[in-house]
Design a protein around this ligand. Structure first.
Ligand SMILES: [Zn+2]
Length: 296
């Protein structure tokens, strides 16, 4: 009998937790598949100057609904730097899947969901790390999303911003830019402040080195931008996709529980729980198990 320390107190609990993780994973992948966000909506989030403003965007509100529907908890946005967004979840349901863990972060599935949402639905690839976790003794779970700067620049600045950058390069002042773009002075100022935040302009609204590099190499990148309906215009489609995928996962888990297809040893289940944390998906986990069975 293997007495190695383990997150799960019993065999039954292990199976139940793995079943829930499988369901969560199916829900996440169904949700991500049906939630591509049009670039112009992502840009609104990227241009927010404060956390409050970011929290009020249609995109973040949608994100909060989506993650809550999937079952990983209620997201709160707690930091919006240009290349880094942090989120918090109070009382994460994912934490409860590991009731006996102490001093260890456990919510890899939430981190992975955030990473997929940013890269696949927002076209903002990056890395996600759980920086605090209730199971590690913190007050709540927190996640840091670090984005690839080039992708952020590509999405954050639109054609008007690019025109303003060109005009600044040509030495025009704000009054001239306002006149030539036929745009109110305060809107030009608002846009220039965003360019300042993105380090394209310095405190004196002059071009920085980053700005010059962007102007030289970055302007033509991206090409014509796609436009399509925002996913929050039809939440029913997403809800249906999520419930279809979770009931499929449920049926699969029930069949597996009801009629064992092979004899399972408790030692293997302990290993399986360890592997589950290292694996990116249930399919990967299964393939690892099959491999290790074949090696025996
Ligand atoms: Zn956590």
């Amino acid at each position: 009998m293997n007495n190695k320390a383990n997150e799960f107190s019993s065999f039954a609990e292990t199976i139940a937790s793995l079943g829930t993780l499988t369901k969560l994973e199916s829900a996440v992948s169904a949700a991500i598949k049906s939630s591509r966000v049009p670039p112009k909506e992502t840009r609104k989030l990227l241009k927010c100057l404060s956390v409050q403003e970011a929290g009020n965007t249609a995109l973040f509100q949608f994100m909060r609904d989506l993650f809550s529907k999937v079952g990983v908890g209620e997201l709160e946005i707690i930091k919006n730097d240009i290349f880094r967004y942090d989120f918090a979840i109070e009382n994460s349901p994912v934490c409860k899947l590991y009731p006996h863990v102490k001093n260890k972060k456990t919510c890899y599935i939430t981190a992975e969901s955030l990473s997929q949402f940013f890269s696949k639905d927002l076209s903002l690839p990056g890395t996600v790390e759980e920086t605090a976790c209730r199971n590690a003794g913190d007050a709540r779970c927190e996640f840091a999303v670090s984005l690839q700067p080039l992708a952020v620049y590509q999405l954050a600045l639109d054609d008007v911003d690019k025109t303003i950058i060109s005009n600044v390069m040509e030495g025009q002042n704000r009054a001239r830019i306002s006149e030539s773009l036929e745009m109110a002075d305060d809107e030009v100022l608002f846009r220039m402040n965003i360019l300042k935040r993105y380090k394209i302009l310095n405190d004196d609204y002059e071009m920085t080195e980053i700005g010059e590099t962007y102007h030289k190499y970055g302007e033509g990148m991206g090409g014509a931008e796609e436009d399509f309906q925002a996913p929050w215009k039809d939440m029913a489609i997403i809800s249906d996709a999520i419930s279809a995928s979770t009931s499929f996962a449920e049926a699969f888990t029930e069949t597996a529980n009801g009629e064992p297809l092979w004899e399972v040893k408790e030692k293997d289940i302990v290993n399986l729980a360890d592997e589950a944390k290292k694996s990116k998906s249930f399919a990967e986990l299964l393939s690892k198990q099959v491999k290790s069975d074949m090696e025996e």
